[in-house]
Design a protein around this ligand. Structure first.
Ligand code: NAD
Length: 263
């Protein structure tokens, strides 16, 4: 299938590792121009090298940016426009908020999670809209969590802001459709990134178990019997972020091997 991404420009937030980097690589394989972002120049240089080693036809750039800062997001989009001339596809992604229950967090914690997991997406969308409107269309994909459909224990910050994002994305799908801009949200279940390995490692320590046993138990709860690969998740990001997707907007799709049973 021609995903109609060759020569388009894709901006992927928080893409020095994990699902963001896997998504950037999948878009690179479609010969799009890619702008990756993150807070560490060193990690971004490494990620850029990896993307360039795929020897695709598009160009690759990076920009150091803390996505919790409005001014930095504005500067990131201005930089992307300067280098590539447009932003055709925006992939919103961020680190996950800290784990915990209601009484673990004060107002500063709530504000940080709001800035990281909701406002970063709002600000990035605001900054790319003029380019997408000018070129007559665009695609936005939000990387969120299965907590959009079913709350996760001990993750109250994620449960709150991911739900807010669903409302935002559905409203925007209505407002942006006349401009040819389609927006969808993808929720990972358990995809084997460094973050998931770190979480399993911490759980193993707390429960005095081996990390492999924690992973095996966790995989047993997934109908497909295993964690997903970042490339599998990225394949969905690329489709919904592509111009082959001409009629799906405002949707929330889980990529979870059947883990979540909510309808
Ligand atoms: P990850 O921790 O491997 O990657 C997150 C990236 O975000 C990192 O590159 C990190 O440097 C970057 N980041 C964090 N804060 C940032 C900031 N202020 N500015 C710029 N960059 C920042 O995580 P992942 O596994 O790739 O997950 C990506 C998203 O998906 C997270 O929000 C996570 O909570 C969510 N998620 C992932 C899974 C999974 O199975 N991997 C499951 C549910 C939800």
């Amino acid at each position: 299938m021609d995903l109609k991404l060759a020569g388009k420009t894709v901006l992927v937030l928080a893409s020095s590792r994990g699902l963001g980097k896997a998504s950037a690589a999948a878009f690179a394989k479609e010969d799009a121009n890619i702008m990756i972002t993150g807070r560490s120049e060193e990690s971004l240089k490494e990620a850029e090298k990896e993307l360039l080693s795929l020897s695709c036809r598009g160009r690759v750039g990076y920009y150091v940016c803390d996505i919790t800062k409005e001014a930095e997001i504005k500067a990131l989009v201005e930089h992307t426009m300067k280098i590539f001339g447009a932003v055709d596809v925006l992939v919103n992604n961020a680190g996950g908020p800290p784990a915990g229950t209601f009484e673990d967090f004060d107002d500063d914690d709530w504000q940080r999670a709001f800035d990281l997991n909701l406002m970063s997406f709002v600000r990035a969308i605001r900054a790319v809209l003029p380019s997408m409107k000018q070129s007559g269309g665009g695609r936005i994909v939000n990387i969120t969590s299965s907590s959009m459909k079913q709350t996760l224990d001990n993750l109250i910050l994620s449960n709150t802001f991911r739900a807010g994002l669903m409302g935002l994305a559905k409203s925007l799908s209505q407002e942006l459709a006349p401009h040819g801009i389609l927006i969808n949200s993808l929720g990972p279940g358990k995809i084997a990134t460094d973050r998931v390995t770190e979480i399993d490692g911490r759980k193993a320590e707390q429960e005095s178990k081996k990390a492999e046993d924690v992973r095996r138990e966790s995989e047993a709860a997934i109908p497909l019997g295993r964690y997903g690969y970042p490339e599998e998740f990225a394949g969905q990001v690329v489709f919904y972020g592509s111009f082959a997707n001409t009629y799906v907007t405002g949707q929330t799709l889980l990529v979870d091997g059947g883990l979540i049973k909510a309808l």
